[in-house]
Each structure stands twice: as C-alpha cells, then as structure tokens.
Design a protein. Structure first.
Length: 380
C-alpha cells in the first residue's frame, strides 16, 4: 500500500516542501508507492511581501497572485479544503468538507494569523498591511493623507519582523517624493527597550531613523486605541494622538492548531529546533510560522526548513533515519527606502549584521520578488 504524506497549508513552506518531496521521489510516486497531498484553504497563492509595495502604490495586487494549481509539480495532489481538526493519535485529519484523511506523515505549515481583536479599537482605526485587503485600504489612506502625525504600532510576535521598519523607510521616501514629508511627523514604536528584537538590527535602524528624522519610541505596549479621539493608550501609561495609525497586531497560530488540542496558548506548535518534528510525535513535522521556535517568522525560514523536512521525509520513507538538521538559518532583505536595501543572514549561533544598504541589494530584492514563484517549485 502507498505511503501517504499530507502537507497542511499551501503557503510558502507547505508548497515548497511538497514540491521538493515530489521532485525527489518521482519514481516512488510513479510506482504508486507514495502519495503526496497538499491541502490548502484557497486556490490562490499570494506573495505576502508584495503587500508593502501595494500599500505604497508601487505595484498592483495582480502581480503577487497566482493560481496555486499552477505552482505545484507533478506528483503533488492539491486539494482545496480547510482542515478542521488534526487527530494526532489516529494519524488522521478531518476537513471542513467532511473528509477523513489518514496519513503516514503530516507536515503542518499553517502559518500565523494577525489577531486584530487583541487590542481594543485596533479594528476600527488602525491600518495594517499584513493582508491584501488591508494593504489596499492603507494605500487609500496614504494617498489622501494631508499631513500630520503618523504613528506605527507593533505587537509581537509577528511575521517578518523587519517589515514594519521597511515600511517606515519606504513611507518616508514616498512622502518625500510626493512633497508631503515636511508636513508629516513619523513615529515608530516598539514594545521592548530598542527598535527591534535583534540588537544589531535595532542599532542599525536607530542610525537610519536619525538620518531620516523618524522618531523611535521604545517600551511602547499598546493597551487600547480610542478611534473617536485618535489616541493610543499604552500599558506604560502614555497617551499618544495620531492622524494616521499604522499597526501590526500580535500574531497567533492558525485556529486549527488549538482546535486540535495541539500547540501552546497562542497556537504555536512545540517544535524540535533541529529535527523540526512536533515534540513527542514521530509522524508530524512543523515548518514556517507555525513553529514555536525563537527565530524570525519569515518566508526564508520556511524555505530553509522545507529543505530539511523534505530531506528527512525522503530518509524516513526509504526506511532510513532522518539525519538532516536545521541550523536556524534565516535570510532577510531589508528595504531601507524605495531605492536601497540591506540584508541580514543569521542562524541559531550567529547573530545578524546588516550590510551596507545599496541600490544593488534593492535590485536583488525586486528580482527575488519575481523569482519567488520558481523557489516555490524548489528550483532555487
Ligand atoms: C507584509 C509582509 C511582508 C513580508 N516580507 C517578507 C520578506 O521580505 N521576507 C520573508 O522571508 N518573509 C516575509 N514575510 C513573511 C512570510 O510571508 C511568511 O513568514 C511566510 O509566508 C510563512 O510561510 P508559512 O508557510 O509558514 O505560512 P503561509 O505562507 O502564511 O501559509 C500558511 C497557509 O496555511 C493555510 N491554512 C491555515 N490554516 C489552514 C487550515 N485549517 N486548512 C487549510 N489551510 C490552512 C493558510 O491559508 C495559508 O495559505 C512577509 C509577510 C508579510 C505579511
């Protein structure tokens, strides 16, 4: 009987890992010894880093959307259905359409979800760019912005930890290009005692903020927002008025994790940092934003992890021990304006060090935005 591997979540990590496995085990699939199912709750794939460019009116949404079916390689069966429950003891998943799908191995890649209700008033008046609809709404607000105080609030954890900084730099340049910068006060806030969780990035950002006259406020934990009076209240006792509020709320794991009795209070799955197996379960791997690992929730994290998971699945399906270990590698481009970018790379043992920002790095970032679709197929 064919062995079955189910990938739950057809975003960055799930798609890459399923495609990699199918490419490497095409012969087993052809001999009907292996079945690969990729389950996603939508037939569209959206490239989330594109939201930055959409919100700032640099690109149109269509550029960052593809049909999911076109992104998978032969050998992967893509099914559009939402998973209601993972029954880990029975090695079965239950879908919303009522299917029971048993598996030999399950790869959970269900991502993370911004919790817009975690801060009272957030939904009413804060503008995010973490979904397509929010990015489009923020685009309108920025276009009609007549000047005043722009405040960015950030809740942790959230995916792409550098995105709020990138947005601030790009917004600064956009306002300068539009001749509106002199009428705007830009304020960036962060919950801990520096501008970013990674010390070298915080130190780099502080200097960039100084050059651009962006004000940084630290120890800024938002308690609530008063939409009627355009005021943010913090746990530290501050009251800050704004004209335009941009915000990223704290994220949580996908609801299916908690609905299945798995994961911690925020829905993150306890994951072995090296093997990427769900702790205490030999049949479930976890990758991407869904893990509880103390590293950046980023597409590149999911990318490197998908290589490890696919490799170990190949070993296990061939009856060998899984020997490939994840070393915590993350790589991030950081747009430091509309025409320059820097990059960082780090792992469990090596801290990041932002390189000098250059136009060339920005061009690489734009090039990667195009190449993302190839990386999903496991080609780069
Ligand atoms: C504005 C923005 C900018 C970013 N910029 C960068 C960047 O420059 N570089 C970078 O590396 N990363 C960036 N990221 C982060 C990156 O997009 C994510 O970290 C990455 O997509 C995580 O991959 P994933 O596979 O874990 O989750 P996702 O790609 O989010 O995929 C999860 C999938 O699982 C599906 N799913 C969830 N629950 C179920 C269910 N019950 N049943 C079926 N399907 C389900 C979801 O619908 C989704 O399709 C950015 C993100 C944003 C929002």
């Amino acid at each position: 009987m064919a062995k079955r591997v189910v990938f739950l979540g057809a975003g960055t990590g799930g798609t890459m890992a399923a495609n990699r496995l199918a490419r490497e085990m095409s012969e087993e699939i052809q001999r009907n010894e292996l079945e690969i199912i990729l389950l996603g709750d939508t037939d569209q794939h959206v490239y989330q880093p594109g939201f930055l460019y959409i919100a700032l009116d640099r690109e149109i949404p269509e550029k960052y959307k593809r049909s999911q079916q076109q992104l998978i390689v032969p050998g992967v069966q893509f099914v559009v259905d939402s998973v209601k429950e993972i029954q880990a003891q029975q090695r079965t998943i239950i879908t919303k359409k009522g299917h029971r799908i048993p598996y030999d191995f399950l790869v959970v890649a269900t991502g993370s979800v911004p919790n817009l209700d975690s801060i009272p008033g957030f939904r009413q008046d804060a503008n995010s760019f973490y979904t397509l609809s929010e990015a489009l709404r923020l685009r309108e607000k920025i276009q009609s912005f007549k000047g005043g105080k722009v405040v960015m609030i950030v809740g942790v954890p959230h995916k792409c930890p550098v995105a709020p900084l990138e947005f601030m730099f790009m917004l600064d340049d956009s306002l300068r290009q539009a001749g509106k910068r002199e009428d705007a006060e830009l304020v960036y806030t962060y919950p801990i005692g520096r501008l970013h969780s990674l010390v070298p990035v915080a130190e780099w950002a502080e200097k960039e903020f100084e050059k651009r006259n962006i004000k940084g406020e630290t120890f800024f934990n938002v308690e609530s927002i008063d939409p009627a009076n355009h005021t943010v209240f913090t746990l530290e006792g501050e009251e800050v008025k704004y004209d335009l509020l941009i915000g990223i709320p704290p994220h949580e794991g996908a609801p299916v994790i908690r609905n299945s009795g798995l994961g911690d209070a925020e829905g993150w799955l306890p994951t072995d940092p090296k093997t990427l197996k769900l702790k205490g379960n030999e049949h479930i791997y976890v990758l991407g934003d869904a893990t509880d690992l103390p590293i950046s929730k980023a597409g590149s994290t999911a990318h490197y992890q998908s290589e490890v998971v696919a490799r170990n699945l190949i070993h296990e399906l061939r009856g060998e021990p899984p020997t490939t270990l994840y070393n915590g590698k993350v790589f991030c481009f950081i747009e430091s304006g509309l025409e320059e970018a820097t990059h960082i790379t780090f792992d469990y043992r090596t801290p990041p060090q932002p390189a000098k920002a250059t136009t060339m790095t920005h061009m690489f970032k734009l090039a990667f935005n195009e190449m993302y679709w190839l990386s999903l197929r496991g080609l780069i």
